[in-house]
Design a protein around this ligand. Sequence first.
Ligand SMILES: [Zn+2]
Length: 284
Amino acid sequence: MLTLQLADSYKRIGLKDKAFRVKYCSCELSFKVNYHTGERKLHSMKSCQVRLCSICNWRRSLKIFGQVSKVMDYALQEQEYRFIFFLTITCKNIEGHELSRQIDNLFYAFKKLVLKAKVKKAVKGWFRAYRLHIILMVNKSYFKKTDLYLSQEEWTSLWKDCLKVDYTPVVDVRAFKTGTKKQTAKSVAETVKYAVKDTDYLIENNKDLTDKTVLELDGALANRRLIAFGGELRKIHKLLNLDDPEDGDLVNTDNEEELRDDVKYSIEVYNWYIGYKQYIKNYF
Ligand SMILES: [Zn+2]
């Protein structure tokens, strides 16, 4: 099981407390089962809250899906907003020990980006996930008003300026296609997807490399906010009294009620890939 591999690695690198917490993460799980539909719902669990724990990350992802869905819905009730995806692709392969600095740089560059006059004028709110997958909220008029609209080239040049790099960074800016549900769902899943995949640090048949990567990633991610809401979306997040999706309660994932269809679809896919597959294999 993946969390046991992670626990072993923590033990080898001398982080015994984390090894223990990860090892016993969620060993007490209870589910509410709906006997009519067969649907299972997590009722209680003891989570370790370690950033690299895949069980905790599964729950965090659900929580983030739930919160993004709620916040977007609330915003749309207020005004006819439109959403845009802003994805950046890091060209350079980053060595583990550089990761912490790279995350700082990216987050700092993004902070500068949203403060740029043109962006400030056009963007009403944003959601940022790890590795800079971003949802930007704009007024409906954004696509029609030439003084508001920013082309792919303009976004790229602004981003280059904020990053302070001499190469042209790859930026992908796309409007949410609300017409095609599948497309939107795919993009939401891509954006909201939580932080780190276990295959990023659990390297098959290579304990040394696994340990090195775990140590580096653990340090890079410690006490860091990997996701954030800004502008109007941040206000709504606060207004709805939603807790911290990274360190908050991982049983209540804020998605019990009606969810947007696109987000719901993403959760199903995510559950299958991350959660159920592992749980079915290891627990049932
Ligand atoms: Zn955990």
